[in-house]
Design a protein around this ligand. Structure first.
Ligand code: HSE
Length: 435
């Protein structure tokens, strides 16, 4: 049987899962590919720790060059993570004529264009199915399964840590900091959770999806990003009373003129499909002009799910190696000459419905002052709710608005927050109620 040699860089969680799948599912992979995926090298700084995978000790090395320069290696898998030295390893592997598979979304969201263009110049492939939502076959679905469609928009729960925290806050009413500590103890959140809870990880993934959906160059800075760390149990209570659930959503819409690209906490109807994606699960709800609505759901992280995505790329590239095909499916799904920038809407230009929670003194005339300012900025109120009665301190006043422009909301809230009857900064959460 023909042999395709794989060199793995990084023997951590995903590296171990990948190796385990290559060993334990060898028969089914061979039956489908018609060749063996042979794990020729596993490179890591630590080759002593037992990873629970029965690999031959001979394949373990601490020498990166052994992995990326071995003439027998066809595909290099980068599972080191971070920007450097991962980027250098990938570019060197490409330079050496190796195909590359990576799960590194942060790297692709910043340097994807450079990496894809180096690969195209060298006539090699870059597989990155594992970079967005681990085990869910999103990239291949968008690049190939939905190829007939103009993508009109998509909504994603792309970060499992944030979804786990919001699910617990919703079900248990606990504060963010408490749930985060619990999540860290259970291994659902990293010691430094910034990328996950501040929306950066989801924005990296959205950046990659935007390119594949619309054929635009990678541009992480164009994505508006807001995290979940300021969400309070009080807001969760109101959100539930209004019949919504809160999710950290990655949102994109294409109106034919400009694209929306944003990650922020979002209220969605409690009975919608996405509202019921709970715990650490991920999902992507995509609207194509031909297919209509499609939702993909599954585990977005973890040793075996992410390993499953890595191996799918190995088999895909393996098929090309066997048939001598290169660039059959372009990295971003579009021919490089057709990858062109599009106008991306700024938060000020975005139109959305809003949840506002004002913290105001409970005195006659307060509501009319707040609603007067909203009216002046053409922000129309759909419903108002006030809880409690407190003549000395402040009470929460919650409003749901009709669609309003970001710039108008910005101006109105700055004026409202200056009022002597308003105690704290107003809480603002966007609503998508058509999902
Ligand atoms: N840290 C990510 C998450 C998993 O919490 O979803 C890897 O992309």
């Amino acid at each position: 049987m023909k042999k395709i040699c794989v060199g793995l860089l990084g023997f951590g969680t995903v590296g171990s899962g990948t190796a385990k799948i290559l060993i334990e599912n060898r028969d089914v992979i061979e039956a489908r590919l018609g060749a063996t995926l042979e794990l020729k090298w596993i490179g890591d700084l630590d080759i002593e720790t037992d990873r629970g995978v029965s690999v031959d000790k001979k394949v373990l090395t601490t020498d990166v060059n052994q992995v990326i320069s071995d003439p027998e290696v066809d595909i290099v898998v980068e599972l080191v993570g971070g920007y450097e030295p991962a980027k250098t390893f990938i570019l060197q592997a490409i330079e050496n004529g190796k195909h590359v598979v990576t799960a590194n979304k942060a790297l692709l969201a910043s340097y994807g264009d450079e990496i894809f263009s180096a690969a195209s110049d060298k006539g090699v492939e870059v597989g990155f199915e594992a970079s967005v939502c681990g085990g869910i076959p999103l990239i291949r679905s968008m690049k190939e399964g939905l190829i007939a469609n103009r993508i009109q928009g998509f909504f994603g729960i792309l970060n499992g840590t944030a979804n786990y925290i919001l699910t617990k806050m919703t079900n248990e009413g606990s504060p963010f900091s408490e749930v985060l500590k619990e999540a860290q103890a259970l291994g659902y959140a990293e010691a430094d959770p910034t990328f996950d809870v501040e929306g950066v990880d989801a924005a990296h993934k959205l950046t990659i999806l935007l390119s594949i959906a619309y054929g635009v160059p990678i541009d992480f800075d164009a994505v508006y990003t807001e995290g979940i760390s300021k969400i309070t149990p009080l807001d969760i209570m109101f959100i539930k009373e209004f019949g919504y659930r809160i999710k950290l959503l990655a949102i994109s819409k294409d109106d034919g003129h400009a694209i929306e690209a944003r990650v922020h906490p979002t209220l969605i109807p409690e009975n919608s499909l996405l509202a019921n994606v709970n715990e650490a699960y991920n999902a992507l709800y995509i609207t194509g002009d031909a297919v209509g609505n499609v939702m993909l759901y599954g585990p977005g992280a973890g040793m075996m799910p992410t390993g499953s995505a890595v191996v799918s790329d190995l088999v895909d590239i393996g098929r090309n190696v066997l048939t001598g095909a290169v660039g059959r499916v372009p990295c971003m799904g579009y021919q490089p000459s057709n990858v062109k920038p599009r106008l991306i809407k700024s938060p000020e230009d975005l139109k959305a419905k809003y949840y506002f929670r004002f913290s105001a003194h409970d005195r006659p005339g307060v509501l009319s002052r707040i609603s007067g300012i909203l009216g002046k900025h053409e922000i129309s109120i759909k419903s108002v709710h006030q809880k409690g009665r407190d003549l000395v301190g402040a009470v929460p006043i919650v409003m749901i608005t009709h669609e309003a422009k970001g710039a108008a909301v910005h101006l109105a809230l700055s004026e409202i927050d200056e009022l002597d009857v308003v105690k704290d900064k107003t809480v603002l959460i966007r609503i998508e109620d058509w999902i």
